[in-house]
Structures are given as structure tokens and as C-alpha cells.
Design a binder for this molecule. Structure first.
Ligand code: MF3
Ligand code: CO
Length: 255
């Protein structure tokens, strides 16, 4: 059946998601001003290795571009797929998105969160909170009998209450043996549209929300997406299992 995982696959995805969540939590607990994004990426590399997993980002290919880092670290105007570098020192007030995707036992776990470093602005704090809440709201629609468009529309509806820009160029996705499986899950759309949700689907839901305009530019590295107006952007992501009851968020660390 379309996009449905077997019980055995689900168990493997659960384990991969626990690894991804554990690594992400370690990075969130460690990130502070004065570190470079390279330092943070190296901590991610080590944490992933220590748990017996590998980074699904490292060497990931998109056409001629090969991703050179172990995690995606996107600071301030960077939306997603930022590359850690010794040239970027994390400063007080920065909006840092940390995206960890691992492969473990042959399956993927994918999650991301955004943190405000030390003393941040109220407007950036509000952006981050709204993005986090839009993800939680969207997850509540990841139920058997709903459709992908119900998840998409939930993000859009939630964000409409603010004057933020919803990124359209990047979308959530199914998760399995590879990182980007079907169905695609945009962060906007019509209720009741798209694929029917059934128990056994594993979905990475990931709103990317801009403080200002939704317009996106790509940097010359071929990966880093930045806001056109260079205002801040936030990104949250969980991998979620659709069940016959409540959605199960697979990327909440259990211990
Ligand atoms: N969570 C991101 C995504 O689903 C991770 C991308 S890793 C990269 O797109 F290697 F493609 F950058
Ligand atoms: Co993802």
C-alpha cells in the first residue's frame, strides 16, 4: 500500500528517530555564543557516530551539489541547509536552526529545532514560538482519515494569524530508507486535498517560517537557502507516525 510501512520498518524508523532526537537534544543543550557553526557540526558528527548511526546529510546529493557537513545549521537569515563553517561565530541574539537527519539500521530519522542564543529580540522569540506551535498544531492533523492537505493547511492557517512568510520552496516528506520519500508535505494548501493518511505512514513535517517576506534566495554554495529580505527564519521538524489513534511523535527523546 502507498507509503505504508510494515511493523518491522516502523520499529526501525522509531529507533532511527530516537537517535536523531538524542543528537538534536545534545546540540540544543550545548550551543552557545562563541562557538562556531563548524564546532557545532563537529559535535553533531561525533554524537551521531557514538550512537552507531551515520549522518544522512553528509554526502547527500542534489544534482551536482554534494552536502559537505553532518548537520544543517542555519543562522538568522539562513532558512535551511546551512553549512557549518569556522567563519561563522554564533553570537548572542542569533536565531540558530539545527537540523539532524540520521541513518540507523538502514532507516531515517529526521528532526529540527530553532533556538535563540542568549539575549534575543522579542520579535525573533515570537517567530520561533509561532513556528514551534505551528508544527504542533499541524501534527494534530496527522491522523488516519485526514489528508496531507489537512496538515499543510493547519500550518498555513496557524501562521496566517501572524504577519510571517511561509517558505514554499521546501516541503516536509515521507521518511523510510531514504530521507526524502513521498508524499511531499507543503506548509500551505487546501484542506481535504492530497494523499489520504493511513496508519503506518511516517511523515517528516517541517514548517519553515520567515519573519518578513516568504521570498527565498539560494547562496552560491548550492545549498543554503536564505530569506530574500535577510530577516530571520525559523524551522521546526518532527518525524511522526500516523496511527489509528493519536499521532506518535517519533523524534521526542524517550530518555
Ligand atoms: N531536514 C532536511 C530536509 O528534509 C535535511 C536536509 S539534509 C541535506 O530537507 F543534506 F540535504 F542538506
Ligand atoms: Co526533513
Amino acid at each position: 500500500m502507498k507509503y505504508i510501512r510494515s511493523d518491522k520498518e516502523i520499529q526501525s524508523i522509531r529507533e532511527a528517530c530516537q537517535v536523531a532526537a538524542t543528537v538534536l537534544k545534545q546540540l540544543v543543550d550545548t550551543v552557545e555564543e562563541g562557538m562556531t557553526t563548524y564546532d557545532l557540526d563537529q559535535l553533531g558528527r561525533k554524537a551521531i557516530k557514538e550512537l552507531g548511526a551515520e549522518s544522512a546529510c553528509y554526502n547527500y546529493r542534489n544534482g551536482k551539489h554534494v552536502f559537505p557537513a553532518y548537520t544543517c545549521l542555519s543562522v538568522n537569515e539562513e532558512i535551511v541547509h546551512g553549512i557549518g563553517t569556522m567563519r561563522r561565530v554564533i553570537r548572542s541574539g542569533d536565531v540558530v536552526s539545527i537540523d539532524v537527519v540520521v541513518r540507523y539500521g538502514g532507516f531515517i530519522g529526521d528532526n529540527a529545532t530553532t533556538v535563540l542564543i542568549a539575549q534575543g529580540s522579542d520579535e525573533n522569540a515570537a517567530l520561533i514560538e509561532a513556528t514551534r506551535e505551528s508544527l504542533n498544531y499541524a501534527i494534530s492533523y496527522a491522523r488516519a482519515g485526514n489528508r496531507v492537505g489537512d496538515i499543510s493547511n493547519a500550518v498555513e492557517r496557524f501562521i496566517k494569524r501572524h504577519n510571517y512568510g511561509i517558505v514554499r520552496e521546501f516541503v516536509g516528506h515521507g521518511v523510510g530508507k531514504s530521507m526524502h520519500e513521498l508524499p511531499q508535505i507543503p506548509n500551505f494548501g487546501r484542506r481535504g486535498s492530497g494523499a489520504l493518511l493511513k496508519p503506518g505512514m511516517c511523515l517528516a513535517i517541517e514548517p519553515m517560517i520567515n519573519l518578513g517576506s516568504s521570498k527565498v534566495d539560494m547562496l552560491d554554495d548550492g545549498w543554503t537557502a536564505v530569506t530574500h529580505d535577510r530577516k530571520a527564519s525559523a524551522h521546526f521538524e518532527h518525524t511522526v507516525l500516523v496511527t489509528s489513534e493519536e499521532p506518535e511523535i517519533l523524534t521526542i527523546p524517550k530518555n
